[in-house]
Design a protein around this ligand. Structure first.
Ligand code: ZN
Length: 700
């Protein structure tokens, strides 16, 4: 996943350094005298955010006023570039706050968030609906042919103009007012959705007091559960939570079917417990508001509105891809189920359900391939995987990473690295904050920027990026040992970071990349993770130092894509759910979340044992913002990454310098400076085909 702050999304970003006299005791508003100009994380307290952000919004408004009141005729520099450079202070501060609210969501932080989100949303609505500003933008846009603009400038101008149009700048006042209200309510609901989900995930625990109920779990898993119980003040007990690193191993390995069912039920019903954290009403209101918003803006459905400026362009294109994959995926999943059922019935399980799937899948894998993730994990220590990631980045692009010791960090657990070009030039800073903090850090993994690469007065401003995860810490002498899934996730998020670090665009606005293209740089990185040639470099046993044995690599290769049926179906089901919610022409007055969801799935004859990867009430991608009508993006981008990786494979060298150079130059460095398909074709020499994806997923 990749999140970008609200500003970058709106293409109003910034270069100007703003000094400030008021609020002089607020470290956010003082000059950041830190290594590489990172935020003074160590000095920031919760109470600093609100006044700093209000001050930053005020300054942003003053910058906008200066653009509007400029007596000179509007041109690219005094209007488009000036707008692009405005709001620098806000961007820097708000990125820190957004990060805090996702990695350290204490009640105090959440409270500030509740107050700030509507203010910020209102501020940007006012800018995007500011008529005088829009008149200047329109003047430049209408005279663009005579302004001698280069392609990057033309792209920025077009994107800026379109974003005004798309936010309602051309509408009559009454519609504008309604839109403003809708936007502010949507922001509020999305934030509530996320907060409810954090609560529902953080407050649940399956507590076990009888040791025999731990049967099947590894020593490391048991130790982690004991530690969690201890944290809850419970001695001689074991606790499991609903965050993936805790619940998933339990579902994979715990022998006790009734307890698996208990925690699975809790997992599947997050936000659906008819309590104060229930998300059903929020989902319904969001779907209705988004539909109304699309209507006001002149679109038939919300999906039409969103997809217009994506690589996919239309919902037909999205459904086309999803439908093409659905049947083969369902077929694979049915075959997996048929492999598992005999084993389950031996255990007396007659109604094979969701909570049995992962457990018997592990059993089948063990029987069929003599394989278990547990066998691999000792070779995948957190530090070794990181070494592997840096190795791949170095082999591809010649860049290096060195840990920075004395630098403020966003969390005591985060570490920082300096990224340098092969010739030693500074490229940027990357933070890594990869371990779970249930109840404080939101789930999943993501990459975001504290500072986007851009140019200021002709000088490159180096980016500061961070990747965040929810891995399980090591226990006792044992370091954190990642599963193969977590290893892929680490490579994935690093891929996003790499794009941020290597990007070389002139304007902030050109850094904004469409959702369905932004996953290409991240997903392509996953291909290198398990290449034998790469594993040999980093996968050494954490205690013996032994390099991963050849037989294990061979085994991994044989297990290969087994299990992609389930993974593909649960993913596609979630994508279809997202699409179906937002392609309704008219939203039924009595929309019912549970009924709607089950209809979406039963109409497509999904297996009853496979729920969507995210059910509506905990589908944060879609209902907490960011990936609305966008969950399909991962598979859309997978068509691209499979095809792009094929470009390396075709040469017989996964580190082919010519291909790597072209990928860096045409894709990574360019950000959103051109249409996504154009950038891709510039790299590959042709449009992507779907064949490599089908082959990779074993769906052919
Ligand atoms: Zn991603």
């Amino acid at each position: 996943m990749k999140t970008k702050n609200i500003i970058a999304a709106l293409a109003f970003s910034a270069a100007m350094l703003t000094s400030c006299n008021s609020n002089s005791n607020n470290p956010l508003l003082e000059e950041w005298n830190t290594p590489f100009g990172v935020a003074p994380f160590d000095k920031i307290k919760v109470e600093h955010y609100k006044p700093a952000i209000i001050e930053a919004l005020k300054q942003h408004t003053a910058e906008i006023d200066a653009i509007i009141n400029n007596p000179a005729e509007p041109d690219f520099d005094n209007t488009i570039a000036a707008l692009d450079a405005s709001g620098d202070l806000f961007n820097r501060i708000y990125a820190v706050f957004e990060s805090e609210s996702s990695i350290n969501a204490t009640p105090q932080v959440m409270e500030v968030e509740m107050e700030l989100v509507p203010l910020v949303s209102k501020h940007f609505d006012e800018i995007s609906m500011n008529e005088k500003l829009f008149e200047r933008v329109r003047f430049v846009y209408e005279n663009r042919e005579s302004m001698n603009l280069d392609p990057a400038q033309m792209k920025l101008l077009t994107d800026t103009y379109k974003s005004y149009e798309r936010s309602g700048a051309t509408l009559p006042q009454q519609s504008k007012d309604e839109l403003k209200e809708i936007n502010s309510r949507i922001s509020e609901l999305e934030m509530l959705f996320e907060q409810h989900l954090l609560k529902e995930t953080g407050e649940y625990a399956l507590v076990i007091d009888d040791q025999k109920n731990l049967a099947g779990l590894s020593q490391a898993q048991i130790a982690a559960a004991a530690k969690r119980a201890e944290g809850m003040g419970l001695e001689n007990r074991w606790a499991f939570g609903l965050d993936n690193p805790s619940v998933m191993p339990f579902l994979q390995y715990a022998d006790n079917a009734a307890l698996r069912k208990e925690i699975a039920e809790a997992y599947l019903n997050r936000g659906n417990n008819n309590n104060e954290y229930d998300n059903k009403a929020i989902v319904i209101e969001l779907v209705k508001l988004r539909d109304r918003k699309a209507e006001i803006l002149g679109y038939k459905t919300y999906a039409d509105y969103v997809l217009e400026d994506r690589m996919a362009k239309t919902s037909d294109a999205v459904y086309g891809l999803l439908d093409q994959l659905w049947k083969p995926a369902l077929r694979s999943a049915s075959a997996e189920l048929a492999d598992m059922k005999p084993l389950a019935s031996k255990d007396g399980i007659t109604d094979f359900g969701y909570s049995d799937w992962r457990y018997y899948f592990e059993k089948v894998k063990a029987a069929k391939f003599d394989y278990s993730d547990e066998e691999l994990r000792p070779y995948l220590s957190f530090e070794n995987v990181r070494k592997g990631i840096f190795y791949v980045a170095n082999k591809l692009y010649g860049i290096t990473f060195t840990q920075i010791e004395n630098i403020p960090v966003p969390n005591p657990e985060a570490i920082a690295f300096e990224c340098r070009e092969a010739d030693g030039r500074h490229l940027g800073v990357i933070y890594m904050d990869m371990f779970a903090r249930p109840g404080l850090k939101r789930g999943g993994a993501w990459c975001t920027g504290y500072r986007e690469q851009h140019y200021s007065n002709g000088e490159r401003v180096a980016p500061v990026v961070t990747i965040v995860g929810n891995f399980t810490r090591g226990t006792g002498d044992e370091p954190a040992l990642l599963t193969p899934d977590e290893t892929s996730t680490f490579f994935h998020e690093f891929g996003h970071a790499l794009q941020g670090l290597l990007q070389d665009v002139k304007y902030n606005g050109n850094a904004s990349i469409t959702r369905d293209f932004v996953e290409l740089p991240s997903q392509i990185m996953e291909h290198w993770a398990f290449e034998p040639q790469v594993l040999k470099e980093y996968a050494t046993h954490w205690s013996t130092g032994e390099v991963i044995p050849a037989y294990l690599i061979e085994k991994l290769d044989r297990v290969g894509k087994y299990g992609q049926g389930f993974a593909t179906v649960e993913y596609l089901a979630a994508s279809l759910l997202d699409m179906d919610y937002h392609t309704m022409d008219k939203i039924p007055e009595d929309l019912d979340v549970e009924k709607f969801e089950s209809k979406v799935l039963s109409d497509r004859k999904i297996l009853s044992q496979i729920p969507p990867r995210y059910r509506s009430t905990y589908f944060r991608h879609v209902f907490a913002g960011g990936y609305t009508v966008g969950y399909y993006s991962y598979i859309w981008a997978e068509v691209l990454d499979a095809d792009a990786y094929e470009a390396f494979k075709e040469t017989g060298d996964i580190f082919n310098q010519d291909v790597a150079g072209r990928f860096r130059k045409n894709v990574l460095e360019r950000g959103g400076e051109d249409d996504a398909m154009t950038l891709y074709v510039n790299f590959r020499g042709k449009k992507p085909g779907i064949e490599p994806l089908l082959k990779n997923r074993g769906l052919k």
